[in-house]
Ligand binder design. Structure first.
Ligand code: AMP
Ligand code: MG
Length: 335
């Protein structure tokens, strides 16, 4: 199958492909998604096979408006409506009890479904034009860094899906914040994103950050979200996080330097930095925007080992930290 590269003027072609049960790479404000009709089992199976995604890792279902969530769920807490008022459309995904309109393949066999209303005009228009709920996991080969440009999607998916729409670079660069509901007042962050704990606290009485956001699961520990179990976001290069000030970081890299060793550092670190490096931004928002792109670029230049300056795990930095520790397979050096 040849994968068509479409432009934003060809949204009607993409919508028709979705109606026909095909898979299309679609830009969103978080990362690029692999979109297909969430209510069509065969179409959803094509997503899993294109990505090589484990069948028990459920897909997020994207809707044009949160008011449509009632069509796919059995219960929506009042708190969800209040969150939707503030954060939909946007980068917030809410896990809710599902009904039979969502096939079990889409929800990875769970009795819940994760729902998001994306803000990106291209994704939004495709949902509207096709009239379908669209499941769209990140458009990368499973385990590899998420794609933030149409070219990244082409690299991973050429020949595996029908088309990709080029909508430029994703604004946020990391996937949505995924939450579940603990009670009428409290949500649990299963995956951090650009809708931060502090932002959620403006609407919720209490916000719990799941333990697995910051560390690996213990052996035999049950995941609150299946995605927590899997190796994720990893380029070919060996990623190692270093929690340290700049002097300690430089000293450590110096002691462990060699062929193919690179550092991924902050924009402000470069003056007199003595070793091969790439930068990934000056603040958390910039780091979120660039982190996956930089991990891919490090593979392009055949980096073998990459020492990463660890971001502070607060605000959007929590999302960046969460992606990086997974890409490092939880290999963190604290100096
Ligand atoms: P991606 O599709 O790559 O954006 O990843 C979606 C994330 O949301 C994965 O980590 C999933 O495990 C998680 N997720 C999707 N649906 C559910 C659900 N029903 N319950 C808990 N987590 C979910
Ligand atoms: Mg993903």
């Amino acid at each position: 199958m040849e994968t068509l590269l479409l432009n934003e003027g060809q949204i009607d072609i993409a919508s028709q492909l979705i109606i026909d049960g095909e898979v299309v790479g679609i830009p969103t404000e978080t990362v690029y998604g692999l979109g297909a009709d969430a209510s069509n089992e065969n179409a959803v199976r094509k997503i899993f096979s294109a990505k090589g995604r484990p069948a028990d890792n459920p897909l997020i279902v994207h809707l044009a408006d949160f008011s449509e969530a009632v069509r796919y769920t059995t219960y929506i807490p009042e708190l969800a409506y209040r969150l939707a008022e503030k954060f939909c459309p946007g980068a917030l995904t809410m896990v809710l009890p599902k009904n039979d309109r969502i096939p079990s393949v889409t929800s990875g066999g769970l009795d819940t479904v994760a729902i998001r209303v994306p803000a990106h005009p291209v994704m939004h228009r495709i949902i509207e034009l096709s009239g379908k709920p669209i499941s769209a996991p990140s458009a990368n080969i499973s385990g590899y860094p998420s794609p933030t440009t149409a070219q990244h999607v082409m690299r991973d998916m050429n020949g595996r899906i029908s088309a990709v729409i080029d909508g430029g670079q994703s604004e946020f660069g990391v996937e949505s914040t995924v939450i579940s509901f603990e009670n009428e007042n409290t949500v649990r962050i299963l995956r951090p994103g650009c809708v931060t704990e502090k932002m959620l606290m403006t609407v919720c009485g209490n916000v719990i950050v799941d333990k697995a956001v910051l560390s690996g699961l213990e052996k035999d520990e049950k995941a609150s979200s299946p995605g927590m179990k899997y190796k994720h976001y990893s380029p070919k290069a060996d990623i190692i996080m270093i929690e340290s000030d700049l002097d300690g970081f430089i000293k450590y890299v110096g002691e462990n330097y060699g062929d193919g060793v690179y550092s991924l550092i902050f924009d402000g670190d470069t003056e007199n930095f003595p070793y091969r490096y790439m930068t990934y931004g000056a603040d958390s928002l910039q780091q979120a925007h660039q982190v996956f792109q930089k991990l891919r670029e490090l593979d392009d230049i055949n980096a073998r080992k990459v020492y990463v300056r660890s971001p502070e795990p607060i605000g959007v930095g929590l999302a960046v930290y969460n992606r990086l520790i997974r890409s490092a397979g939880f290999e963190v050096i604290r100096l």
